[in-house]
Design a protein around this ligand. Structure first.
Ligand code: ZN
Length: 440
């Protein structure tokens, strides 16, 4: 009997990866545990050399494969590519800095890139540039994790560990969350352009079945927007902090400074690092906010109703400022993070077509054709229903998913600043101006 397994679904940025193992007929989920590594200068330098070597190896494989195809019209398979990588490593002094399994994984990476090209999912694999080749993977062996005491006091106590990577050295880590060490299937070490180093452990866990016995009781519709990042159907909203726009002045200055340095000179590299740090700050800020919102929602609700937006279309049609803000809000990432938060807790996510959500009346279902992007309040020409535009949209979403909200919220309330977000100046909880001294 042949069992057709569905294609493993790849979510963006490796939040979750599904792997179907034929032997067990069970769904295994691959989960990533990421820790920051505090490498010494020497180790960081060794890592950099290795990354350069791995990049060279990748390019060598690409070159060899192309030559082979032109000569013999033969496409190499995975095993042949792996063998080729090992042969190249044997012949070249330069590649011997790499651990043999890491070298094979470089071949795997090239193979995957080529497969994606064959499937029409990606462009043809190109020569990689050294400053963009940033990670090494130890698939099975070549690493060892050892305990090295604890850091912090009381509640903040965390495990400290030392990761030994063969041919690289020791990387001290702070294990801030429980890591099922025995189930780790591979280790990836990643150097960011801002000189940060992260270690990512992939752990295979059996998929937790969705809690089907529990009947979902509470549902929330979320409308995504630029002025208000998220408007919930219960009347709460999250102001858009616009992280990129906040940092734009600093980024502009750095970018200008960079352009005045000699390409690839020491000062150019220094400025490049500072610029990368700034961009990373923006990215971290965003993800932190998204994950906190996801945690908040998935604790309170059983079902999440999201609109199925085509952001690309929105971006294509917007003005320059609007495009920037759309990019800055990164709806796709927000959606992915929210979905992940719900799925992790075994809860439901219902995507709903976004067509006309903001123009449809929640009460009678009539369409307000005259509504423009500037109108913040929705007014129904058919039944006279008046409500905030985004709130109406989130209610329409909920209705489309087949849920009836318990009551229509009358007014909007801001979500209080999520902990440690540095968002104290947000929305309605804005610090009020100091009261005037004695009146009169
Ligand atoms: Zn109406």
């Amino acid at each position: 009997m042949i069992i057709n397994f569905p294609k493993p679904r790849l979510l963006r940025r490796g939040f979750q990866r599904y792997k179907y193992t034929r032997k067990e007929y069970s769904v295994m989920r691959v989960r990533a545990y990421r820790f920051r590594a505090y490498a010494s200068k020497t180790t960081a330098r060794v890592l950099k050399t290795q990354l350069e070597a791995a990049c060279e190896l990748y390019n060598a494989l690409l070159h060899a494969e192309q030559g082979e195809y032109e000569k013999n019209k033969h496409t190499m398979n995975k095993t042949e590519l792996r063998q080729l990588a090992l042969d190249l490593r044997k012949q070249n002094q330069e590649f011997q800095v790499l651990h043999s399994q890491v070298a094979q994984q470089v071949a795997d990476r090239f193979y995957q890139a080529r497969e994606r090209f064959f499937e029409g999912l990606a462009n043809k694999p190109k020569k990689k540039k050294p400053y963009r080749y940033l990670s090494l993977v130890y698939p099975q062996s070549g690493w060892r994790l050892s305990n090295a005491g604890e850091v912090g006091l009381g509640k903040n106590k965390k495990k400290k560990a030392r990761l030994y990577l063969s041919k690289i050295g020791f990387l001290p880590l702070i294990i801030h969350r429980e890591l099922p060490e025995s189930q780790v299937s591979q280790v990836c070490v990643k150097a960011y352009p801002s000189c940060r180093i992260h270690v990512i452990f992939l752990v295979e866990e059996p998929e937790t079945k969705e809690l089907a016995s529990k009947e979902p009781k509470r549902a929330v519709g979320v409308d995504l927007g630029i002025t208000r990042l998220a408007t919930l159907s219960d009347g709460r909203f999250l102001e858009n902090p616009r992280p990129l726009e906040r940092s734009l002045d600093r980024i502009r200055v750095l970018q200008r400074t960079l352009s005045r340095k000699r390409f690839l000179s020491k000062n150019w590299l220094k400025t490049k690092t500072r610029l990368a740090k700034q961009h990373e700050h923006v990215k971290d800020f965003r993800r932190d906010l998204f994950f906190k919102l996801g945690a908040l929602l998935s604790q309170e609700y059983d079902v999440l109703v999201l609109e199925h937006l085509n952001v690309q279309d929105l971006i294509r049609n917007g003005t320059k400022k609007r495009r920037l803000r759309l990019h800055d809000s990164s709806f796709s990432e927000l959606r992915a993070v929210l979905e992940w938060g719900f799925r992790k807790r075994g809860k439901l996510v219902l995507p709903v077509p976004a067509y006309n959500t903001s123009r449809e009346c929640f009460l009678c279902g009539g369409i307000n054709k005259g509504l423009t992007l500037e109108d913040r309040v929705f007014h129904c020409p058919h039944c006279g229903f008046t409500l905030d535009r985004d709130l109406n949209a989130s209610l329409v979403l909920l209705k489309r998913a087949g849920w009836v909200p318990p009551s229509v919220p009358v007014e909007l309330r801001p979500i209080p600043p999520l902990p440690s977000l540095g968002l104290r100046r947000q929305g309605g909880v804005m610090m009020q101006e100091a009261p005037p001294f004695m009146a009169g």
